[in-house]
Design a protein around this ligand. Structure first.
Ligand code: FES
Length: 262
């Protein structure tokens, strides 16, 4: 039975209309399909293909390439445990194992009550907060097996849960609608950058370091971007000369290849 009603089809067309090349809208369109149907359905693939003038095979190729697109129905909440290198050695593997036992599910399965789909994730680019989990793509930092069990229990009980860095948790479908480009007004809810992520900025501030000037710096900002003496000394102390010479070599090689290809 079709569940993509006229409003949803209209919103899919609206997304496609946001881009000079309509097919550029495919990724957010698939997120919208997921927000309505709970996964990327055959109907969703065919509808996106029709709107964009693509073949269903082309759309299916995208939907099966990226892991954020799900081909099986999802639970109310998507709970991801990072088991990439740093998180794994900091406890991610133990967290995943404990949750699989506690929820009685294997990887990529949904609990019997439909509340939680558990998945192990690759690096979430939050290694400085390892081990990390994500609920509906919101961060939960410095987790332990015990805190992870408490987190999923609170989700299943319908309690209000606040991400460590991010918004209050709603549902996976609600989050998918935001990823489709339909804001829910909560973009500024909760802290974003914090703690270890800001350590480098804090050290730079204490030592008076600033970023070097670049050709891309807007006019008027140049003076602020020019390193002062202390920044230059610090750069010397950090011995960046080797990295800079390697960068030059890489650029030269790339230029040479580009010239050859031309
Ligand atoms: S390894 Fe887990 S966030 Fe990078």
């Amino acid at each position: 039975m079709s569940t993509l009603d006229d409003q949803t089809v209209g919103e899919l067309r609206e997304i496609a209309g946001r881009y000079p090349e309509a097919r550029s809208g495919l990724l957010p369109m698939l997120h919208l399909v997921q927000s309505v149907q709970g996964h990327v359905t055959t109907e969703g693939i065919e509808t996106c293909a029709e709107i964009l003038g693509l073949s269903p095979a082309e759309v299916s190729g995208v939907a099966t390439f990226y892991t954020m697109y799900k081909r099986r129905p999802m639970g109310t909440h998507h709970v991801g445990v990072c088991t990439n290198t740093l998180c794994a050695v900091m406890g991610g593997d133990a967290i995943l194992e404990r949750l699989q036992e506690h929820l009685d599910v294997a990887n990529d399965e949904t609990t019997a009550d439909g509340a939680v789909t558990l998945e192990h994730l690759e690096c979430n680019a939050a290694c400085d907060f390892a081990p990390v989990m994500m609920v509906n793509w919101e961060f939960f930092d410095h987790q332990t097996p015990e805190s992870a069990v408490d987190l999923v229990d609170r989700l299943r009980a319908g309690e209000v849960v606040q991400a460590t860095r991010g918004a209050t948790i709603t549902s996976w479908r609600d989050a998918e609608r935001v990823l489709a480009g339909f804001e829910d007004g909560r973009v500024d809810e909760g802290p974003a950058a914090a703690g270890p992520s800001l350590a480098g900025l804090q050290i730079a501030g204490e030592r008076g370091w600033s970023a070097p000037a670049t050709d891309d710096a807007p006019a008027g900002d140049r003076s602020a971007a020019v390193p002062d003496d202390s920044a230059t000394e610090a750069a010397d102390a950090a011995d960046t000369s080797r990295a800079e010479s390697e960068t030059v070599v890489e650029t030269s090689d790339a230029d040479a290849r580009g010239g050859a290809d031309d």
